[in-house]
Design a binder for this molecule. Structure first.
Ligand code: AMP
Ligand code: GLY
Length: 422
């Protein structure tokens, strides 16, 4: 099988690593890929969807897997399917589950999926009225895609009103914020749960936990995610069952009934409050860095999972996972997440311990290959060190041993990834 992966991050790199191990896979391509993915496959400098489809036709690509949300929301799947190409991901219509928070909240409400009490509005007066009925903290969200930055947790009613005003005026997030969601704050612990869906059937992956804040103990600003681990012991069978019955099944049924069957990754941002899983949000793609921990736990061939999901054949798939744990630690550049940093050469020490060689690896993200052939840190989140182990503690130890082998000027990482499980 020849496979194209769309995207350039550590998420796409980790999908590439899983496919590289898979005997069914012949050639791998990335569009655009990053400075290290050219070692797993071939990088393509093509972004136009029709040109990518031309490439797939000309090069006998059997399957395209889309990593990030932007091309999904912009309709890459619709273009490919109209040309008879097999692609894993939701249509633009179905991708609204991530592309519009209002669409998502109203969908959840229509199908009785548990979520925080909310209003959606473009009126400041209505926002104020609802805010006056809530106790702080109060959550204010821009409707559209803001690269993960469109959520304000306000510590007072006044702050919530100020945020709502800044968003609605277009000053905070431009057009993405001219409609907003105001909702109650949920106090619990957060999970990332992923269902691979084919429109009708689904496979739930081991539940993961992300670490969104920059600094240890969940301090500092929000980021795209500074590390993750899976499976998390914070989920038991009862929670999985509630997620099946109250969330995934009604969502897939509802999407089908509404004429937009959901195919792709349904990423459930879950808050568990007093043992009850409540949906904070949906995304329509893998989490990054969660994907980097889930891919190595996949025991079945990765091509099987993605191809069967893309072709509506998941009921004929037996998907297995290793009975192990994975911990991933993000190494970020000096000024992340505030501003971009000077390119810095990455040096990885030779790994001389067999144990580390066999049970830890790097998933490369914000890296570029210099003209000198060396690898440079050029993005915010530069790479993820992933450790695998029989326990979370062992996986964590290996991830941090690998972190110690990686050097670039200004590198920063959290030192407590997986703390909630230990
Ligand atoms: P979202 O993009 O909706 O996932 O929001 C980003 C982050 O804000 C989430 O991962 C949560 O940590 C936090 N958050 C969002 N909505 C709520 C809520 N209703 N209650 C508590 N925290 C929230
Ligand atoms: N790590 C969370 C996300 O990808 O949105």
């Amino acid at each position: 099988m020849n496979i194209l992966i769309v995207g350039s991050g550590g998420r796409e790199y980790s999908i590439g690593m899983a496919l590289k191990k898979d005997d069914n896979v012949e050639k791998l391509y990335f569009a655009p890929g990053n400075g290290a993915s050219d070692e797993l496959g071939e990088n393509l400098a093509i972004s136009d969807f029709n040109e990518l489809a031309d490439f797939c036709e000309a090069n006998s690509i059997d399957l395209t897997i889309v990593g990030p949300e932007a091309p999904l929301v912009e309709g890459i799947v619709d273009v490919f399917e109209s040309r008879g190409l097999t692609i894993f991901g939701p249509s633009a219509q179905a991708a609204q589950l991530e592309g519009s928070k209002i669409f998502m909240k109203n969908f959840l409400a229509r199908h009785n999926v548990p979520t925080a009490r909310y209003i959606e509005t473009d009126s400041l007066e209505e926002a104020y009225k609802f805010i006056n009925t809530l106790e702080a903290p109060i959550v204010v969200k821009a409707d559209g895609l803001c690269g993960g930055k469109g959520v304000i947790i306000a510590q007072s009613r006044d702050e919530a009103k100020k945020s709502a005003g800044e968003m609605l005026s277009g000053n905070a997030f431009g057009d993405a914020g001219t409609k907003i969601v105001v909702e109650e704050f949920l106090d619990g612990y957060e999970l990332s749960v992923f269902a691979i869906c084919d429109g009708e059937d689904y496979v739930i992956l081991p539940a993961a936990q992300d670490h969104k804040r920059l600094l240890n103990n969940d301090q500092g600003p929000n980021t795209g995610g500074m590390g993750a681990y899976a499976p998390t012991p914070l989920v038991n069978d009862e929670i999985y069952q509630k997620l099946d019955e109250r969330v995934v099944i009604p969502t897939l049924k509802g999407m089908k009934e509404e004429g937009m069957p959901f195919k792709g990754v349904l990423f459930m941002g879950v808050m568990v409050v007093d043992g009850e899983p409540i949906i904070l949000e949906y995304n329509v793609r893998f989490g990054d860095p969660e994907c980097e921990e889930l891919m190595p736990l996949l025991k079945s061939p990765a091509s099987d999972l993605f191809y069967k999901a893309a072709t509506g054949d998941l009921k004929n798939a037996t998907i297995e996972f290793h009975d192990k744990y994975a911990v991933g630690v993000v190494m970020a550049s000096k000024d992340y997440p505030y501003k971009s940093s000077e390119p810095a050469e990455i040096i990885v020490d030779e790994i001389v311990h067999d144990d580390l060689e066999a049970n830890a690896h790097i998933s490369f993200a914000g890296v570029s290959r210099g003209e000198d052939g060396k690898l440079y840190a050029t993005g915010g989140r530069v790479l993820v060190c992933v450790g695998i182990g029989e326990s979370i503690a062992e996986a964590q130890q290996r991830a941090y041993m690998l972190v110690g082998q990686v050097h670039f000027a200004g590198k920063q990482c959290r030192t407590d990834i997986a703390y909630q499980a230990l």
